[in-house]
Design a binder for this molecule. Structure first.
Ligand code: SPV
Ligand code: MG
Length: 427
């Protein structure tokens, strides 16, 4: 028996008796190699792991029955089965997508076998798993997730707006299985435009910080992904200091503040709205004050440059980028209201020539034709889809309201709505 080889893949975020039982049973089949998922692989389907790969490996390699530990850096099995050609691949009997079919095809090529063990349903372990799950909601765990994701991700982070618990859940849970990839959003953008619009108010810093924090809390109660707050202008520097403290304590991962002063209007109005840009000196001072408020290394302050929005030109944008980075900004967001991405790409190219590692953020609302892959090629780290949930919800709701008026009953509108049964069981 012992000349048989066995392969088992595990994330090993936390080990309990259910895992040990599977490892014991797998080891009875032969010499067991455990493939521990890399941080990047875990990141690709459920966000940042709480324990690092090295920690998880150390734990697994000390378990009885484990002969070898190796890194498994994709969710798929193709590379590993081709390399190891194990006699047995062991897997729980819960499957996602079509990986079972693929594994069987690969094993068939040389006479390997798939051994399925029933997933343990023991109450004790499910309580344990849900306790661990609860940890993901804690501010200490959540706060550092954005920085960690930036370090681990092989592609730019994909961020979608959320303005309440429900939209938070959409960002948290929407997934698309594509071959061996589980595509999903990495973080949430709490947009000033969407938060204000959802409250029926204009995007002019009228919705105050207490209210913005309530929105964040609502989202945090039901989700675990990192949150980036649209901090508008950051307000008065003296207030910014205290607001940073609160946001950091709440478990927010980053704030982005824009270099404007006076009555802020939405950037996509451009120069039509008579907006004023802050001086470089004042804005740098605000960044420095914000940084001085921080008590952890997890939280990021990202400076947003409005020079292209306000037709101040590329040189002004570049000058500000350097000044803001020197003042301590952890990242730069460059914004544009042009339909084409030309000026954004030029900025990114020039910025990356000077700063290799500073986080670079873009918001492709008007130049929406650009792909994530193209932006990745220009060194972009974070892509924010800033307003798409509220923009899609509003027309759908208006249409239904009009239909009820039109028909003086709800039957016709009902066809555009989700079934009552579904809404009752949605949450
Ligand atoms: C927001 O989402 O509120 C933003 C991005 O600040 S934009 O609306 O494009 O200015
Ligand atoms: Mg905004």
């Amino acid at each position: 028996m012992m000349n048989k080889t066995v392969f088992l893949s595990i994330g090993a975020e936390f080990i309990h008796g259910g895992h040990i039982a599977i490892i014991d049973r797998a080891a009875e089949l032969g010499e067991l190699t455990v493939g521990v998922l890399s941080d990047e692989a875990i990141m690709s389907y459920k966000g940042c792991p709480i324990l690092t790969y090295e920690e998880r490996c150390r734990v697994i390699s000390h378990l009885n029955g484990v002969s070898h530990v190796m890194k498994k850096d994709t969710l798929g099995y193709e590379k590993i089965i081709r390399e190891l050609r194990p006699d047995y691949v062991v897997h729980g009997d819960r499957w996602n997508g079509n990986s079972k079919k693929k594994i069987l095809e690969l094993l068939e090529q040389y006479g390997g076998e798939l051994v399925e063990f029933p997933y343990t349903e023991e109450h004790e372990y499910s309580v344990f798993d849900s306790r661990i799950e609860q940890m993901r909601y804690m501010p200490e765990v959540r706060r550092g997730k954005l920085k960690r994701a930036l370090q681990l991700s092989r592609r730019p982070l994909r961020v979608l707006e959320a303005h309440d618990g429900l939209t938070g859940l959409i960002v948290e849970k929407t997934q698309l299985c594509k071959a061996e990839e589980v595509r999903q959003f990495d973080a949430m953008w709490v947009s000033s435009l969407c938060d204000s619009t959802a409250k029926g108010k204009p995007d002019i810093e009228l919705v105050d910080m207490t209210s913005r924090e309530n929105t964040i809390n609502e989202i945090m109660e039901v989700t675990t992904k990192p949150i980036i707050l649209d901090g508008d202008t950051g307000g008065l520097p003296e207030h910014f200091y205290y607001n940073i403290r609160t946001l950091e304590r709440m478990g927010v991962s980053a704030v982005i503040i824009e270099d404007k002063v006076g009555l802020k209007k939405n950037s996509l109005f451009g120069t039509d709205a008579g907006q004023q840009q802050d001086t470089i000196e004042n804005f740098c001072e605000k960044i420095r004050i914000g940084k001085s408020a921080l008590t952890t290394n997890d939280f990021m302050i990202i400076a947003r440059i409005e020079s292209l929005i306000l037709d101040q030109g590329m040189e002004d944008a570049m000058r500000r980028a350097s000044a803001y980075v020197e003042a301590g900004a952890d990242g730069i967001m460059i914004h544009s209201k042009k339909k084409e991405a030309g000026e954004i790409l030029e900025f990114c190219r020039r910025f990356r020539e000077i700063y290799e590692d500073i986080v670079l953020v873009v918001v492709p609302t008007t130049y929406a034709g650009i792909t994530e892959e193209e932006l990745a090629g220009y060194g972009v780290n974070i892509i924010i889809y800033a307003n798409h949930l509220i923009r899609s919800a509003f027309p759908a709701m208006s249409r239904v309201a009009k239909m009820i008026l039109e028909n003086e009953r709800a039957l016709e509108a009902g066809e555009m709505c989700m079934p009552i049964k579904e809404i009752l069981t949605l949450i």
